[in-house]
Each structure stands twice: as structure tokens, then as C-alpha cells.
Design a protein around this ligand. Structure first.
Ligand SMILES: O=C1O[C@H](COP(=O)(O)O)[C@@H](O)[C@H](O)[C@H]1O
Length: 273
């Protein structure tokens, strides 16, 4: 559906029968972008979120990906991270380590986790500093239009409130234009202290995938993609996920049937071949 300014929400939508098929589709997609990036640039820069999407990435540890993916070329970042110790149950790093990083031959020096010994503000500023060095060496590509890092792939989940990364509805962080990495100390979802990429960085990526499953997110999915939902009084345009529109990159949504169940505009599309 069109916004009040006439613009339409753009993206590709892949809808799967269940979460197992979604996970297979997602890892196929990640492996293909990894191969293309390594061929074109010699590196693959990927930024992970936390939450349910990480569990789907476990399939990358299985055949054929465990052998075919060029793990030595992967450089792994976090789109957002909770400012807790790396062994804390809320740590996005811990989740990714358990599901993927400890099971494939990724180089430890290519895993860019946050400094968990400092405040959220310092952690964000250190993370942005590291990112700036890696953009200088082009380990992470750069956007020609705004000098932001241009990740080969950014993976986002979405909460039932429409938040992506640690960018929450109506929060002032949504308006940041010049920062790459920022921090929040009043996150509506615990834990309260987090760091997060800003929208300009997310929207500068070459590829962005939003991965959403489950019936509890069906209303938010409809608000974001169709621009309205009769069952909700939320303002669609205020949902952070609706502000994810890559400037020069490709956006793909991976949905299971339950998350897509309220959509009118794309629900009738056949699953990808
Ligand atoms: O707090 C967070 O939530 C979102 C969504 O998580 P999910 O478990 O509902 O899929 C996640 O994408 C984000 O990275 C995380 O910090």
C-alpha cells in the first residue's frame, strides 16, 4: 500500500510453509551472497541481529554449506548488541557463537564483538571506530552516496512492535543521520542498555534480509508491508521496520506462513522455486 506521500513499500517477499523451509531458504540466500561477495571483493561482510533468526542460521553448519562456504573470508558484525557480558544469556554474541561461530572455521580475528567492559556509550563509539578502520581498508565496502559502510549483507529480525536492530517505535534514535553506531539505555525490551546500527547504515547495505516467523508478528508484518492493519491502531509509518528501504541495495523478507497470514498484497505469491 502507498504511504501518504505516495511512495510504496518496496521489497521481495519469500513466504515459506514452515520455519524449517524458511531456514533452508535463508541459508541458501546467505551462501549465495557470500559466494558473490567473495568473488567480487575478496571478503564477505555480514552483520547479524539477535533473536530467533540466529537459530535458523544453524543450517549453515550442515552439508553442503559447511564445506562449500568460504568461511575464511567472512567478517562478522552485530547490527545490535545488548551491553552485557559475552557469556550472559541476553548476549547476541553468545547466541551466534553457540549456534554458528563455534562450529565453522571462521577466523576469531574476523569476529567483531563489542567491548562488554565499558558503558553503552563507549561501546558504541569504539564499535564505530573499528568500523571506520575496516571501511578505510575496504574490508567493509563503502556507500558512494553517503560514505556509510556498505555491508554485503545485513540480517534483521523484527519484534511484534515492529522494532528492528535496537531501533524502537517513536524513539529519537530513528532520526539519527550522521552516526553509524549509537546506543540506548532505555530500551523498551530488556535488557535496557544496547548498541545499534543506525538507519543510514542499515539502508546503505548491498543486501538486507528481514527474517520473521510466528503468528505473534503477523499484525506488525501487515502494518509494515501493507501499510495498514484493521486489527491495530498503530501508525504504520512509525514502525522502524517500515523505515528499512535500502538506497541502492536489495531488500528481501523471509516469512513463514503464520507471520504472512494477514498480508493481502503478497500472500498469494507462490513460494520461490
Ligand atoms: O531485541 C531484539 O529483538 C529483535 C527481534 O528478536 P526476535 O527474537 O523476536 O526475533 C532482534 O532482531 C534484535 O537483534 C534483538 O536485539
Amino acid at each position: 500500500m502507498a504511504d501518504s506521500d505516495g511512495s510504496k513499500y518496496k521489497g521481495d517477499f519469500r513466504i515459506f510453509e514452515n520455519v524449517d523451509e524458511l531456514a533452508t531458504g535463508l541459508v541458501d540466500y546467505i551462501a549465495a551472497i557470500s559466494e558473490m561477495s567473495v568473488k567480487e571483493r575478496g571478503f564477505f561482510s555480514i552483520a547479524l541481529s539477535g533473536g530467533s533468526l540466529i537459530s535458523f542460521m544453524g543450517k549453515l553448519c550442515e552439508a553442503p554449506y559447511n564445506k562449500t562456504v568460504d568461511w575464511g573470508k567472512w567478517h562478522i558484525f552485530w547490527v545490535d548488541e545488548r551491553v552485557v557480558a559475552k557469556n550472559h544469556v541476553d548476549s547476541n554474541y553468545k547466541l551466534a557463537k553457540e549456534v554458528l561461530l563455534s562450529k565453522v572455521p571462521i577466523l576469531p580475528s574476523h569476529v567483531y564483538s563489542i567491548n562488554d567492559n565499558v558503558s553503552a556509550e563507549e561501546a558504541a563509539s569504539e564499535y564505530e571506530f573499528v568500523l571506520r578502520q575496516l571501511v578505510k581498508t575496504r574490508t567493509v565496502n563503502v556507500s558512494e552516496s553517503n560514505d556509510c559502510p556498505k555491508f554485503d549483507l545485513i540480517l534483521l529480525g523484527m519484534g511484534p512492535d515492529g522494532h528492528v536492530a535496537s531501533l524502537f517505535p517513536w524513539h529519537a534514535l530513528l532520526d539519527l543521520k550522521d552516526d553509524w553506531v549509537t546506543y540506548i539505555t532505555d530500551s523498551p525490551k530488556p535488557p535496557p542498555e544496547r548498541i545499534t546500527f543506525t538507519l543510514p547504515v542499515i539502508n546503505s547495505a548491498s543486501n538486507v534480509a528481514v527474517v520473521v516467523s510466528g503468528a505473534t508478528k503477523a499484525v506488525a508484518v501487515k502494518l509494515v508491508i501493507d501499510g495498514y492493519c484493521e486489527e491495530s491502531t498503530e501508525v504504520a509509518a512509525a514502525l522502524p521496520a517500515r523505515k528499512v528501504q535500502p538506497t541502492d541495495g536489495q531488500l528481501v523478507w523471509f516469512l513463514d506462513n503464520e507471520a504472512a497470514s494477514k498480508l493481502d498484497s503478497v500472500a498469494s505469491q507462490p513460494p520461490p522455486a
